[in-house]
Design a protein around this ligand. Structure first.
Ligand code: HEM
Ligand SMILES: Nc1nc2c(c(=O)[nH]1)N[C@H]1C(S)=C(S)[C@@H](COP(=O)(O)O)O[C@H]1N2
Ligand SMILES: [Mo]
Length: 347
């Protein structure tokens, strides 16, 4: 009797849930659009933020990205099937979009799990980013070219419940993944490598920059226009630990032999410090950060290796690797606000 009771209760539950059981194609599209947008924005922000906040951005990113997987069956059952039947020429572009989304998600998971780190320059995460960049125009075209694109009225209770279910599924997948992968990862999702072992630490170039070949003896470093002797830096350098966290998806903790910029830059009124590499690569920093920016001449008591920025590089704790300018040639107080630069160097 009680079994029957349980059974009819289940039936009642099912009946109550029936309106939500299937999302209409337009509702699915709305959710996909939101997920992909949140993923793109949070991905970029996770690169820009180097402090503890990045953890939440990274979690949101993973949930948005993985919820695409949860929504995929509904998408395939719905507008993909009907769309392909129409055999428009542009279906190939839509198929390409599907493939690129899938590849983006797969690479994201391969990176997060550490199952595949990529090959050389093509780290899993960097490739993930490049595919996402290719994705952006495809997504915009795909949405704009649809007559049946979602409307505001699609954002109803049913959509919200469907969306919550997708995010819940993503959260379970993410939780399981975290348990399996363990925690060699930093809060940015980067994997630890070669800490306190500089000989094994990777050397990373942003886009197509090259290590210059200039002997330390001929090195000229100027700070606010004044020459600074490397010997002077070596004499003043003290060990400090900091994590280099490359947006390519790895991080490494080293004991840097370094001098705080605050001790080297004369007090000036300029709001911004420009740190420029011999290669031309440069970043702007708020001048008030000078106490938390360092010029390093070595690590572990050894001099820097060429690939790591010898003879002198910037160490910028709490900032992602692309801020850690290598082969520092000059540091200049300037009037341009620090945020008037591309969020990521384009050189
Ligand atoms: C809209 C396109 C994107 C989609 C669909 C997407 C999807 C994903 C997915 C599914 C993961 C794996 C999450 C996990 O299993 O933990 C992931 C990881 C990651 N993605 Fe994206 N992503 C996109 C764009 C981007 C962009 C533009 C960036 C950076 C600029 C980025 C940076 C990352 C990072 C740092 C991780 C590692 C997070 C972690 O280890 O938990 N993604 N992405
Ligand atoms: N001049 C110059 N500095 C640079 C780069 C570069 O390409 N050129 N790459 C940056 C990036 S993306 C990272 S992650 C770190 C890498 O430092 P490493 O090569 O010592 O590991 O250096 C940063 N400093
Ligand atoms: Mo990097």
């Amino acid at each position: 009797m009680s079994e029957l009771n349980g059974f009819s209760r289940l039936k009642a539950l099912r009946a109550a849930a029936a309106p939500y059981a299937r999302l209409t194609p337009r509702r699915v599209d709305l959710l996909l659009g939101v997920s992909v947008t949140v993923a793109a924005v949070s991905g970029l922000v996770s690169w820009g933020v180097g402090t503890g906040w990045a953890r939440w951005v990274t979690v949101i990113h993973a949930l948005a990205g993985l919820s695409l997987l949860a929504l995929a069956p509904a998408k395939l059952r719905g507008s993909v099937r009907t769309g392909l039947k129409r055999r428009r020429v542009t279906r190939w572009l839509s198929i390409l979009l599907g493939l690129v989304v899938t590849a983006t998600v797969v690479l994201g998971i391969l990176h997060a799990t550490g199952l595949w780190h990529g090959v050389g320059y093509w780290s899993a995460l960097w490739t993930h980013f490049l595919l996402a960049a290719l994705l952006a125009p495809l997504v915009v075209w795909h949405i704009v070219s649809r007559p049946g694109r979602p409307r505001m009225t699609d954002l109803d209770r049913r959509t919200l419940i469907g969306g919550s279910a997708a995010v819940a599924a993503a959260a379970i997948a993410y939780g399981v993944q975290q348990l399996v992968v363990g925690d060699n990862r930093r809060f940015t999702g980067s994997h630890e490598i070669a800490s306190f072992n500089p000989a094994e630490m990777p050397t990373t170039m942003w886009l197509n920059d090259r290590s210059p070949r200039v002997p330390a003896s001929g090195w000229e470093l100027t700070i606010a226009g004044e020459p600074v002797a490397l010997a002077d830096l070596h004499a003043r350098a003290a060990p400090m630990e900091a994590d280099l966290d490359c947006t390519g998806g790895w991080w490494s903790r080293q004991s840097w032999d370094a001098v705080p910029l605050a001790e080297l830059v004369p007090t000036v009124d300029a709001p911004t410090l420009e740190v420029t590499s011999l290669t031309g690569y440069s970043r702007l920093f708020p001048a008030r950060d000078a106490a938390n920016l360092y010029l390093a001449v070595g690590y572990n008591g050894e001099p820097l290796r060429r690939g790591h920025g010898a003879p002198v590089r910037l160490v910028a704790p709490g900032r992602r690797g692309f801020w850690w300018v290598k082969w520092v040639r000059r540091i200049d107080p300037i009037d341009r606000p620090w945020w008037l630069q591309l969020p990521f160097p384009l050189e």
